[in-house]
Ligand binder design. Structure first.
Ligand code: HGY
Ligand code: MN
Ligand code: MN
Length: 416
């Protein structure tokens, strides 16, 4: 019987080669990736993942949100599977590792179990969740959210991208809408390996993040309505400048986040200006304010301050303003026994580690609602992510995947 000793390791070269191979699909313009959800490039990435999983003797399940489940059989057909995975979709200026590392590390641990001819009582399922990023279709973590019963599938199918294309139509168009009922699969546990996307682990010189919690997230879409007018001939007192109102509100967003230092954060990443013409005062702007904090009361206060102060600014400037909550989730506490399995694995393998709160949202944050869940993190260079220059070391990838391997296999129970 193979014990969970130091020799139980993944093949770091093979994992790295798979990461580099996947990165060739949907390349960005500066060395990263633009493989947005439900694009043809997403379809290509899915096909490559499916090919690799079948080569690893997995059977692939596909549900009605396009979530992919590569199943490695266990010895006990009645035992609930241990799921392991993340997402293959990227930001428009994304890196090669955000999400992808977690999906391919799940595949790599299956490949390694095959190499060592190790059997587990519980099946193990390598997973790819559709549209984690929420960049083309808001909100983020849409499909793991449907899987966990947070959103209805009908609502998800109706989400529209900037060109008015619906999620359900695009999923069918790329040929990755499965037949399985979403959420019908029950999990013994779920583990996700992800790059930190922040600076803490690298700054502290730690190989592994043991993720105890995930901070909460709030997305508020703000629409400001002023009046299109000529930038040259319209006197200043007559202007109803939606763009200027947005600028003042974004300054306020920054002040609101700083008012809850050191943990709260706030910014707007999505901004649409209409008509976006050099010599027209913007008559309308639409932007999304992203607030985050480990403390739910702080998130609620930031949302309330945005509405109060934003409304005052709009009234003083004679423009209209509307607020719509378009995404969010409460702070998450991961399952203590799964977190313990991650921490024990890091200790057993001799990796330095640090308990950490995830600054970014992940599919694990929703799956935590329906199954015991934990995350493993590895550092990333300068804490940079959602940027094509996102980078990790091969050693960091290997260490994270080894800890994931041990946590998953310990939970899936080696049989022989
Ligand atoms: O927004 C997030 O935190 C994640 O990267 N989708
Ligand atoms: Mn991610
Ligand atoms: Mn991301």
């Amino acid at each position: 019987m193979t014990s969970l000793g130091q020799n139980l390791k993944i093949d770091g070269d093979r994992l790295w080669d798979s990461l580099m191979e996947m990165a060739k699909i949907g390349p960005g313009v500066a060395g990263g990736n633009n493989r947005q959800t439900l694009t043809d490039e997403d379809g290509e990435g899915r096909a490559l993942f499916q090919k690799w999983c079948e080569e690893a003797s997995c059977t692939m399940g596909l549900d009605q949100m396009g979530n992919m489940f590569a199943v490695r059989a266990g010895t006990d057909p009645d035992a609930l599977p241990v799921y392991v995975g993340s997402h293959l979709d990227t930001q428009p200026t994304g890196g090669k590792y955000d999400g992808v590392l977690g999906v391919l590390a799940g595949l790599e641990l299956i490949r390694s179990l095959n190499d060592m001819n190790i059997k587990t009582k519980h099946p193990i399922v390598a997973t790819n969740f559709t549209n984690e990023e929420g960049t083309r279709y808001a909100p983020a973590m849409l499909s793991s959210g449907v899987f966990a019963g947070i959103h209805t599938q009908d609502w998800a199918y109706e989400r529209e991208d900037a060109e008015g294309k619906k999620f359900g139509d695009e999923l069918k168009r790329i040929g990755w809408r499965g037949e399985e009922e979403v959420g019908a699969r029950k999990m013994h546990a779920f583990f996700e390996l992800h790059i930190e996307q922040g600076p803490i682990l690298e700054a502290e010189g730690k190989d592994i993040g043991v993720v105890t919690h995930g901070q909460g997230l709030s997305w508020t879409q703000v629409t400001i309505t002023g009046k299109d007018a000529h930038t040259g001939s319209t006197p200043m007192p007559m202007r109803r400048n939606a763009g200027l109102a947005m600028a003042r509100i974004l300054e306020t967003v920054d002040e609101i986040a700083w008012s809850h230092a050191p943990h709260a954060v706030g910014a707007a990443g999505h901004i649409d200006v209409y008509p976006n013409s050099r010599n027209v005062i913007p008559g309308k702007v639409v932007f999304t304010v992203d607030f985050r904090s480990p403390d739910l009361d702080v998130i609620t206060d930031m949302e309330n301050q945005l509405r109060d102060k934003g409304s005052q600014i709009a009234e003083a400037m004679g423009v209209g303003i509307e607020f719509e909550k378009v995404g969010g989730f409460d702070p998450v506490a991961f399952d203590q026994s799964c977190v313990g399995a991650v921490r024990d694995a890091a200790d057993r393998l001799g990796y330095s580690h640090l308990d950490i709160i995830s600054g970014a949202g992940h599919d694990a944050c929703w799956i935590n609602r329906v199954a015991p869940t934990a995350m493993v993190m590895c550092p990333c260079v300068d804490g940079l992510s959602h940027n094509e220059a996102e980078e990790i070391s091969k050693d960091w990838a290997e260490a994270g995947a080894n800890v994931l391997f041990h946590a998953v296999v310990e939970t899936a129970e080696i049989v022989e």
